[in-house]
Design a binder for this molecule. Structure first.
Ligand code: NAP
Length: 326
C-alpha cells in the first residue's frame, strides 16, 4: 500500500466537521493536523476525529512539514489570503467553494499555485460523486440528444440569520449567489459551457447582498434557468432536457444519489450508494491527482473555476452586488 496522503484542515466550522467525517472514511489518506483561530476549538475538533496535532493559529499548519495538502474551510472573504499563504509555504490546496470573491482574486490564486507548482482545486464536490458522473456520461453518450434546457435551483430559509452572519454580511462575501447559486451555475456551465448572453435580477437585502436571485443563460440553441435564495425552503430538483430525453436529479440535486432518465420509449431510475455524505469523492480525486503529480484536476479544472467566477462577477454586475474586495 502506498504512503498515506497527509491532510490538514484550516478553519473548523460546520463544513469542516462534515468534511472530516468523510475524510476519515477514505483509505489512502489521513487527517494529520487541524488549525483554528481558537485553540480550544482545535483541541475539541482534534479529539473528535482522533487527530494528534492541533494548532490555535494557521501559520503553524502552513509550516507543518508532515502535511501535504490543506483543506481550506474558512469563510469566503478569507479564501484568497489563506490559500495564497498556504501555497507560499509549499502546500497543495483543496479550497471550499466559492474559490474566492471575484475573478481578480481567483486569477491571483491560480498564478500563485502555478508559480509554486502545487495542486489547487475548488471544492465543488458535486462534480465528483458517482451520480453526477453518471449524468455527465448519459449526456456524453447522447442518451438525451442535443441539449436544449437546464433548470436548477438552490434555496433554504435563512432569514432568521443575523445581519453579521456569513449569509448576509457583505464583508464576509455573503449572498445567495456565492453561497448556493454557485451550484446551479456550476451545473449549467459544466454541461453547456460559456453562454452567449446572461440576464440576472435579484432581491437585495438591507445589508446589500442578494437574498434571492434569478439567472437566465442563453446559448446558441439552448437555455438555462437558474435560481438561488435564502428566503424560503424548496424541494430542490434539477432538470436537464435534450431533444431526445430528460434527466432529473432528485432533491437535493447537488448531493442526491437518485437519478431518473426519461426517453421516448423508456424511463428508468438509478440510485447510487454513496460512501459517507459524498465529500469522499472529491477527496479521492485530490488524492489521485497528488499521486500522479498533477497540479490540477481535469474533472474540475482551474480554468473552469475561473469561468465560473467570471459568470458570477457578471451576474453581480447586473444586480448591483458589490463587495469591499471588488
Ligand atoms: N461544500 C459544502 O457543502 C459547503 C457547505 C457549507 C459551507 N461551505 C463553504 O465552507 C466555508 C465555511 O462555511 P461554514 O458553514 O463551515 O461556516 P462556519 O460554520 O460559520 O465556519 C466558518 C469559520 O468560522 C470559524 N468558527 C467556527 N465556529 C466558530 C464559533 N463558534 N465562533 C467563532 N468562529 C467560529 C471557523 O474558523 P476557525 O476555527 O479558524 O476560527 C470556521 O472556519 C464557506 O466558504 C462556505 O461557502 C461549503
Amino acid at each position: 500500500m502506498p504512503a498515506l496522503i497527509k491532510w490538514g484542515i484550516l478553519g473548523l466550522g460546520k463544513i469542516a466537521h462534515k468534511f472530516a467525517s468523510d475524510l476519515i472514511l477514505v483509505e489512502d489518506c489521513e487527517l494529520t493536523a487541524v488549525a483554528s483561530s481558537n485553540e480550544d476549538r482545535a483541541k475539541v475538533f482534534a479529539k473528535e476525529f482522533g487527530v494528534n496535532t492541533f494548532y490555535g493559529d494557521y501559520e503553524s499548519l502552513y509550516a507543518d512539514n508532515s502535511v501535504k495538502i490543506i483543506y481550506i474551510a474558512s469563510l469566503n472573504q478569507n479564501h484568497h489570503g489563506h490559500v495564497i499563504e498556504a501555497i507560499k509555504n509549499g502546500k497543495s490546496i483543496l479550497c471550499e467553494k466559492p474559490l474566492a470573491i471575484n475573478q481578480r482574486q481567483v486569477k491571483e490564486m491560480i498564478d500563485c499555485a502555478k508559480k509554486h507548482k502545487v495542486f489547487l482545486m475548488e471544492g465543488l464536490w458535486t462534480r465528483f460523486n458517482p451520480a453526477f458522473e453518471q449524468v455527465l456520461q448519459w449526456i456524453d453518450r447522447g442518451e438525451i440528444g442535443k441539449l436544449r434546457y437546464v433548470n436548477a435551483t438552490f434555496s433554504f430559509y435563512g432569514l432568521d440569520k443575523e445581519f453579521d452572519s456569513r449569509l448576509f454580511n457583505l464583508k464576509k462575501g455573503g449572498g445567495s449567489l456565492l453561497d448556493i447559486g454557485i451550484y446551479p451555475l456550476f451545473l449549467a456551465s459544466i454541461v453547456m459551457g460559456k453562454p452567449n448572453s446572461i440576464k440576472a435580477s435579484a432581491v437585495v437585502s438591507e445589508t446589500g447582498v442578494d437574498e434571492q436571485i434569478g439567472i437566465l443563460l442563453t446559448y446558441d440553441k439552448s437555455q438555462a434557468i437558474l435560481y438561488s435564495s435564502f428566503s424560503h425552503h424548496e424541494n430542490m430538483r434539477a432538470t436537464i432536457c435534450g431533444e431526445a430525453g430528460e434527466i432529473y436529479l432528485d432533491s437535493r440535486w447537488h448531493e442526491s444519489p437518485n437519478l431518473k432518465l426519461v426517453k421516448k420509449e423508456e424511463s428508468f431510475e438509478k440510485t447510487f450508494d454513496f460512501l459517507g455524505k459524498g465529500y469522499t469523492y472529491e477527496i479521492l480525486e485530490v488524492n489521485q491527482c497528488l499521486r500522479n503529480n498533477e497540479t490540477e484536476s481535469s474533472k474540475w479544472s482551474l480554468q473552469q473555476s475561473l469561468n465560473l467566477v467570471k459568470l458570477m462577477d457578471e451576474v453581480r454586475k447586473q444586480t448591483g452586488i458589490l463587495y469591499p474586495m471588488d
